[in-house]
Design a protein around this ligand. Structure first.
Ligand SMILES: NC(=O)c1ccc[n+]([C@@H]2O[C@H](COP(=O)([O-])OP(=O)(O)OC[C@H]3O[C@@H](n4cnc5c(N)ncnc54)[C@H](O)[C@@H]3O)[C@@H](O)[C@H]2O)c1
Length: 388
C-alpha cells in the first residue's frame, strides 16, 4: 500500500480550488509520488459555504476555525490558501504543531512575518514550501536547464513584466487585494512577487534595487457582502485604496547581471501577461505565460545559416520535465497543471525530509526584495534587500 498523508487546506476560493485540483490529480498522473495526499479537511469561516466547497472539490470533512485544524493530530500537512494577513499566524501555528506547511505566495505581508515563518519551520524541523507555481511550468524548467548547461552563456539582462488590467474601472470595489492590511501590497506583492521569484531561480540573488510604486485610483466603493475573491459588488460608500496599482524597479544581481521588473494591474488588454526575456553572452530566452507551452530561444550554438529565434513546443515527454506524466507530444497542458507539479514535488520532498524550492527561505528572500522596493519607492534611492 502506498504511504499517505492527511491534508488540511485553509481557504476555498480561487487558490483553494486550484490546490484542491492539484491534490486530486497528483496520484492519477504521477502514481510514483512518494506520499499520496488524502483530502481530509477543508477549512473556512462560513460552515455552509465550506461544506458546499468540500463537496464540490472532494474534501472529506470541514472545520470552521483554523486553530482547531492545525491542532488535529490526524493531519500531516497544512495548506495555507488564504489572503496574506493570515499566512504567518496559520503557518507558524501549524509548524508548532509539527505539521508540514504549503503556503501561498507572497509568503507573508511583511518581511518581519516572513522571517518569523522561516524560523518556525526551521525550529520545528518541518517542510515549508511557498507556492510560486510558475517555477513548475515545463517551459520555465527548460529555461533553467539551458541556463544551467551554459547554453545561454553569461547572463547580462533580465527583463520581466507581469501585466493585468482587472481593476482599471474606477467603480471596481475595494476588495481585500486593494487593502494593505489584508494583502500587504498591491501589484508589487501579487504580481511582482512572481517575477522576483523567477528572477531568483533563473538569474540569481538581487543585491541592490531602485523602485517606484504608484496608486492611480486612490478611492473606490467599499465592497458589499463579501470582499473575498473577485465576486464582490460595489456599495455606495467610498474607501481608500492603500496598496500600489503598479510597481517598477531596476536591480543589480550578484553575478553582475542587471534587471528590470514591472508589475501592474493597469495594462489595458493584458489579462495575465507574465513574460520575461533573458539575454546572455551565447543566447536569449523569451517566455510568456499566455503561451505557456512554448519557449522562444536564440542560441549561438546553431549553425549560422539557420540561426534565429525558434519557438520550442515544450511538450516532449522524453525531453521536458513533468511532461511524461501527461499526454503525447504536442498535446498541450494548462495553468492548473503547475499546481499538480507543485504538489508532486512537495509530497516527494516531505517523504525525503527535504523542503523543495521555493522553500520558506526563498519566500523570505523574495519578501526582502519586495520590502526593499517599498523602501526605495519612499526614499527615492538605491537600497539593498535585508536578507539577514
Ligand atoms: N500562485 C498563484 O498564482 C496565486 C494566484 C492568486 C492568489 N494567490 C495567493 O493565494 C492567496 C489567496 O488568494 P485567493 O485568490 O485564493 O483569495 P480568495 O479571496 O479567492 O480566497 C481566500 C479564501 O481564504 C478564506 N479566508 C480568509 N481569511 C480567512 C481566515 N482568517 N480563516 C479562514 N479562511 C480565511 C476566504 O474565506 C476564502 O475562502 C493569497 O496569498 C494570494 O496572493 C496565488
Amino acid at each position: 500500500m502506498p504511504q499517505t498523508i492527511n491534508v488540511g487546506l485553509v481557504g476555498y476560493k480561487f487558490m483553494g480550488k486550484a490546490h484542491s485540483n492539484g491534490y486530486r490529480q497528483v496520484a492519477s498522473f504521477f502514481p510514483e509520488v512518494a506520499l499520496r495526499p488524502v483530502m481530509k479537511v477543508l477549512c473556512g469561516r462560513d460552515a455552509a459555504a465550506v461544506q458546499a466547497a468540500a463537496e464540490q472539490f472532494g474534501w472529506q470533512e470541514i472545520e470552521t476555525d483554523w486553530h482547531k485544524l492545525v491542532a488535529r493530530p490526524d493531519l500531516g500537512l497544512i495548506d495555507v490558501s488564504t489572503p496574506g494577513d493570515s499566512h504567518a499566524e496559520i503557518a507558524i501555528a501549524a509548524a508548532e504543531h509539527g505539521k508540514h506547511v504549503f503556503c501561498e505566495k507572497p509568503l507573508a505581508n511583511t518581511l518581519q512575518e516572513a522571517k518569523a515563518m522561516l524560523q518556525a519551520v526551521q525550529k520545528a524541523g518541518v517542510v515549508g514550501m511557498v507556492n510560486f507555481n510558475y517555477r513548475r511550468v515545463p517551459a520555465i524548467q527548460l529555461a533553467k536547464q539551458l541556463i544551467d548547461e551554459g547554453r545561454i552563456g553569461q547572463i547580462y539582462h533580465w527583463r520581466a513584466v507581469y501585466l493585468q488590467d482587472w481593476i482599471m474601472d474606477p467603480s471596481f470595489p475595494l476588495v481585500w487585494r486593494l487593502q494593505k492590511e489584508a494583502a500587504g501590497a498591491g501589484a508589487l506583492g501579487d504580481l511582482g512577487a512572481h517575477i522576483v521569484d523567477l528572477a531568483r531561480m533563473l538569474v540569481g540573488e538581487v543585491t541592490a534595487l531602485n523602485g517606484l510604486t504608484t496608486t492611480f485610483i486612490k478611492q473606490r466603493p467599499l465592497a458589499t457582502g463579501t470582499n473575498d475573491g473577485l465576486g464582490a459588488t460595489a456599495g455606495q460608500e467610498m474607501g481608500e485604496v492603500t496598496v500600489d496599482d503598479a510597481a517598477l524597479f531596476l536591480a543589480r544581481f550578484a553575478n553582475g547581471a542587471v534587471g528590470s521588473f514591472e508589475a501592474t494591474r493597469f495594462a489595458k488588454g493584458r489579462a495575465n501577461y507574465n513574460s520575461f526575456e533573458i539575454n546572455g553572452s551565447k543566447g536569449t530566452i523569451v517566455f510568456n505565460l499566455e503561451r505557456l507551452n512554448e519557449l522562444n530561444v536564440f542560441l549561438d550554438e546553431d549553425a549560422p545559416d539557420v540561426r534565429g529565434f525558434r519557438n520550442v513546443l515544450v511538450t516532449d515527454s522524453g525531453a521536458h520535465k513533468y511532461m511524461s506524466a501527461w499526454w503525447p507530444a504536442g498535446h498541450i497542458i494548462g495553468w492548473e497543471h503547475t499546481f499538480t507539479h507543485g504538489v508532486l514535488d512537495l509530497l516527494n520532498g516531505i517523504a525525503a525530509g527535504q523542503a523543495p524550492a521555493p522553500t520558506f527561505e526563498d519566500g523570505m528572500r523574495c519578501q526582502a526584495i519586495l520590502d526593499a522596493v517599498e523602501r526605495s519607492a519612499q526614499s527615492g534611492s538605491w537600497v539593498e534587500p535585508d536578507y539577514n
